[in-house]
Design a protein around this ligand. Sequence first.
Ligand code: FRU
Length: 641
Amino acid sequence: MTSILTRLLLALGCYALPALAQQPDLVLGAFEGKDMDGWQRSGDAFHTAPFQPGTSGRFSGFEGKGVTWSGRGGFETKGALLSPEFEIQRRFINFLVMGERNLPATVGVELLVEGRVARAASATETSDPARLLHWRTWDVRDLAGRKARIRVNDNSATGWIAVDQFAQSDTQKSAPINATTLMQETFRPQFHYTAQSGWLNDANGMLHYKGQWHLFHQHRPPGWPATVWGHAVSDDLLHWRHLPTAIPCEGKNAIFSGSGLVDWENASGLKRGDELPLLFFYSLHPASEAGIKTTQCMSFSTDGARTIEKFPGNPILRTPATRDRDPKVFWHKASRAWFMVLSLSRNNTDRDHATYGLFRSRDLKSWELLQEIGPGAWYWECPDMFELPVDGDASRTKWILTKGSGDYIVGTFDGARFKPETEPIRIHWHNTYYGAQSFSDAPGGRRVQIGWMSTGDKAARPNVYPGMPFNQQMSFPRELTLRTTPDGPRIFRQPVAEIAKLYTKTHDLGARPLAAGDNALAGIAPGLLDIECDLDLQQARRLSLKCRSAELSYDVKSEKLRLLRADPTLKLKDGRLSLRVLIDRTSIEAFVNGGEVDASGVYFPDVADQTLSLTVEGGPARIRRLVVHELRSIWPASSAP
Ligand code: FRU
């Protein structure tokens, strides 16, 4: 009877009735007693009794005294824990979880409704020293009255999971999440690249070969003992196909960042069949730095990057310090030589004396140091170096040296020396764009850059992308051009034009006055968007673009543009502001004044929040142009909004 009534009321949306608003929680598993409250175990990962961490420091954030976890008998044990059957009688299911971030069917928690997985959640990184259990919430309103069970999985030979305090509740403990369908999970970006599972950081080895864009990246897939190179390929810089790990770690020695290129003239002599050799340069980073130095190594492919092997003559370069790394190799046409720009770190003890070393080679295997560029803290990790025409004029070029954020120095390079002509120029604000690199061998002289859109704050990283099998995302690919400005040639970054292929619908909201308080985006939902906006601020003192919990604002008096934690100073020319804003499920990228400055950030909204607004305060403004494109997902069979 209760069941039918509850089901009816909930299905009719009457769950908001005050009488139902705050019914007491129904505990499904608190793991406090001596036995498992009827939860059945299979395999040998979970124990027959809950575990009481006490003051051991083994876990934090759990409720009461006990938790259950799958690592007591060793991490290699596998198995599952299945709750007794229950009826869904509340709006939400809350629980505490931590463990290996993996696909939920491998390590994670699933809600089974009549045998089918109806909700899922991944755990979080085990690297969190506090081993803090996090609250996760499933919104189960549409499942009211159905019979369900919860399954906790540990089918991993390396991972483990800890859970506590499963309860049905009318109050949510976190923004609801669901990770049931791979690539369509709640916080999965829908047009920004992510690894299927595991941690991702710097972009590596990026090259274009035979019509395909190869993106490699720092990757820590679940179960691997150290960082490897992940790999994905795309025909259009939009749709990525995940490929197997490209460069595996060597025991616990990690494959750190580096670059890739097409060896057009077979300078390496590694060519075997019809394909040109593809070479990859990386830093082999020892598990322990005691006495062992990072060395620069090479891998190569003779079958168009289908398989990649390690070069038997590794390392190809040894340098005196322990942390020298991130080799970026490029071709210099006039001197017909290969160059490597490498971060020289002075053992990581004295950042102020860090430099970028410039090495030369004829065969890509032996290298001589030509120059050290720097010193200074600016010359730290992830360099890139390339030539760009000024205003598209191939007879007037400059050489650009970039660091991980994409911040850059303009100069000249004659095959012997890089001569800086500017101080370092800032293009990105806040450390949410890093490990950036441009594609080698891009057709038509294009210079396309991708950066790691980092969540920044290291301490918070285990709990970002809550409940998702992956952690971190890449930026949308940016096209770099060098244009004359009153200050000299400057880089402009814009999303690659290919993005237009993702447009499903375009709203041209025209040119019109915008009164203070009016929402110029009224009627548009906060889905996947590419917003082009050009306006005269006139008497307006502040502009605000809000999408769910994220805000991009410009304050006329302080001349500050703010996006999440980025806050570049921006001087308007004649009161005019031009914005290009890409909005994905968990990220926003803003390109200001044609891409002279950009800011980006990651956020984890409650998807029920439908806020999308563009407003001004303090007085009216005039919209010159406002065009909003709705985008489709890049992932197959997507249910993206
Ligand atoms: C930059 C960096 C690189 C290094 C890699 C390791 O984010 O620290 O210098 O090669 O990440 O993942």
